[in-house]
Design a protein around this ligand. Structure first.
Ligand code: B1M
Length: 222
């Protein structure tokens, strides 16, 4: 049974999106992340198991190879492509939460940062938990957050960063948001962040994972 999760970890790490994908050449004709995710769900693994035990693990492994100089940006891009092919099967489960919306969350990966997989995951889980999500995508400037806040003045802002070089951009954006609308709640997350960093930049909440973000949001309306 667990075999399929191991296979899925490998195809994500190797960047094999689907059966028709010619990359990587040695896996030509074999099932990719698309087919294996569908199969794992059909076999009864929960979306969370598939996510944590296979997909996120595959991304972690390619990251480790990159750190060790054994993989490069093109390989990381292919892994991201495979992850996206898998996520389309997972997304409906997370988005099928309660219908009545509890409030709005404006989400974006911070300026200069193109990593959007974690942010997308957090966004879809927040949406599934009953919140309206306004997703501004990656490389999000203060101006984009400001424009979205103008349209949704009561919204909470959620910012993500994956690079030590871009997480610092959260400080300026948070400060400007707080100057313009002091009541706006700013929530931050992403692999290189910490509670200390959150405190330093004057954000209201830090969560290392989507669950923590959801718990915090739900407490705000309970
Ligand atoms: Co890049 N990359 N990357 N990359 N990349 C990392 C982040 C890195 C750790 C790899 C490594 O060195 N081991 C490293 C950063 C080092 C550092 O700064 N500390 C790195 C680097 C260096 C770079 C480039 C600079 C490489 C280069 O060009 N030389 C470059 C930067 C480009 C840019 O952004 N300007 C770059 C580029 C890329 C790709 C474009 C090729 C691709 C991204 C594709 C995409 O996202 N569409 C990519 C990838 C795929 C990765 C790794 C391998 C995987 C990231 C990922 O998707 N993780 C990554 C290595 C790694 O993470 N181990 C790496 C899975 C995802 C589910 O986790 O995003 O952490 P994560 O999200 C989590 C939590 O953090 C949390 O919940 C999520 C779900 O559990 N969370 C929140 C996230 N946001 C949150 C917000 C919240 C709450 C929780 O509230 C608001």
């Amino acid at each position: 049974m667990e075999d399929i999760l191991e296979k899925l970890t490998i195809v994500v790490k190797r960047g094999k999106a689907d059966k028709n994908s010619p990359y990587p050449p040695d896996l030509k004709g074999q099932d990719g992340a698309d087919e294996l995710t569908a199969e794992a769900l059909k076999m009864g693994f929960t979306p969370d198991e598939v996510l944590q035990k296979a997909l996120v693990k595959g991304m972690r492994l390619i990251g480790e190879d990159f750190s060790a100089g054994k993989a490069f940006v093109p390989e990381m891009l292919m892994a991201a492509k495979a992850m996206k092919a898998a996520m389309k099967h997972i997304e409906p489960f997370f988005k099928s939460g309660s219908v009545k919306q509890k409030g709005a969350v404006i989400m974006g990966t911070v300026q200069g940062d193109l990593h959007d997989i974690g942010k997308n995951l957090v966004a879809m889980m927040i949406e599934g938990a009953g919140w309206k999500v306004i997703d501004l995508g990656s490389d999000t400037s203060y101006e984009k957050f400001e424009a979205a806040l103008k349209e949704n003045p009561d919204a909470i802002v959620g910012m993500s960063a994956l690079l030590t070089t871009t997480m610092v951009n959260m400080k300026g954006i948070t400060q400007k948001i707080k100057e313009k609308s002091p009541k706006t709640i700013v929530m931050v997350g992403g692999a290189p962040l910490s509670q200390d960093f959150c405190d330093q930049i004057g954000a209201d909440f830090y969560s290392p994972d989507p669950q923590g973000a959801i718990e915090y949001l739900n407490k705000l309306v309970s």
